[in-house]
Design a protein around this ligand. Sequence first.
Ligand SMILES: Nc1ncnc2c1ncn2[C@@H]1O[C@H](COP(=O)(O)OP(=O)(O)O)[C@@H](O)[C@H]1O
Ligand SMILES: [Mg+2]
Length: 425
Amino acid sequence: MSGSLSITSAIVDPALLDLPWNRPLDTWPQENIAALPKGISRHLVRFVYLSGYVIAIKETSPELARREYEMLRTLQRMDVPCVDPIAVITNRTDDDGEPLEAVLITRHLKFSLPYRALYSQTLRPDTATRLIDALAVLLVRLHMIGFFWGDVSLSNTLFRRDAGAFSAYLVDAETGKLYDGLSNGQRENDLEIARVNIAGELLDLAAGGRTDEALDPMAVSDGIVAAYRTLWTELTGSESFASSERWRINKRVERLNDLGFDIEELAIKTDDSGTRVRIQPKVVDAGHHSRRLLRLTGLDSQENQARRLLNDLDSYAATFHRGEADEEMVAHEWLATVFEPVVRAIPRELKGRLEPAEMFHQMLEHRWYLSQNESRDVPLAEAVGSYIDNILRHRRDEATIIGPPTGTFTGPTDVLDEDDWRSKV
Ligand SMILES: Nc1ncnc2c1ncn2[C@@H]1O[C@H](COP(=O)(O)OP(=O)(O)O)[C@@H](O)[C@H]1O
Ligand SMILES: [Mg+2]
């Protein structure tokens, strides 16, 4: 390799240095490349195997790479769901000393899928609506911290399954800007960009025969506006009611919690006569259930998965401890006697099919379905066995998927190691 590479990275994985940086990304040998589904992009993005995990490499200008790297780091620090930046590499040259483009390296987000790879035949209206709802939640969260995205689209978002719904992650921060707070005009601007981009993406799918006949691209893309506004109002709007209706304060808090948000502050004001109360939630933060589950069990999951797991945990507590025992203690017991045995029962070759929390959720659904069908309480062990044989075996791997989203799957699917690469360096 001629010249000297310049690598900016919080922690450098030495394996990065072995990659063929002296060649343009589009000529990298096939053995380095992970054929995973990818969204549509301006720049060349390719997935590459490193020791035990996959990275996404984007060729772009040094300025843009650095800017996006810093932005993603900031967003990560603010707990926004987005891809994890690993490094920026500049000063690349080929063997003749000719300059090559800079790259931004992010970690491939495990179990995430671009919207085009989320379904196998045609996109159905209800799936599309769930995608839009997830994107609306992400956009609201971004706007609450003052982030103007500038290029909201399905292609710039990754989706993870979340107990029947989806959760959305920001993947492309290139056009984003952080402000102290956004004006209504800025928010509306982003929302309009979202609507137009989504309409274009869905029309494009429709033109390729990849959408269900019942799907109306305009109606679905308009849906982002409605979903966003409802959520925004619920999270930030003030409410006024008679003092005699003070229970509404708790109701509001509960509603926000149900939506997955926590309130850091609730401003409560009474008018001079003391007959009316006005409340205004101040700072709200998403991930209420996943934080509770993490605190109690150490399990890291998506919001709806956490809600399902907590339901199971709470009913376990009610059944075996009549809700009297210490919450932490019961959680520990539930983890050891319910959750972990289920996950351990999954055969090794099937472990990459879905995230453990998603499997557990699906198994609970399956058990409910079996019990309904057979009008009896199906024991956990039986439900797990039936779930593995009748459901899980027939799914494709989602830890990382190999092959085109709609084609047949070639070659062995690679299940990534749970170990975080950072713990190895
Ligand atoms: N870390 C990552 N994990 C998974 N997919 C990624 C990652 N980074 C990029 N991609 C995929 O590559 C596509 C293009 O990336 P993006 O940053 O949007 O490039 P561009 O700036 O050229 O639009 C995305 O739609 C996504 O599917
Ligand atoms: Mg993009």
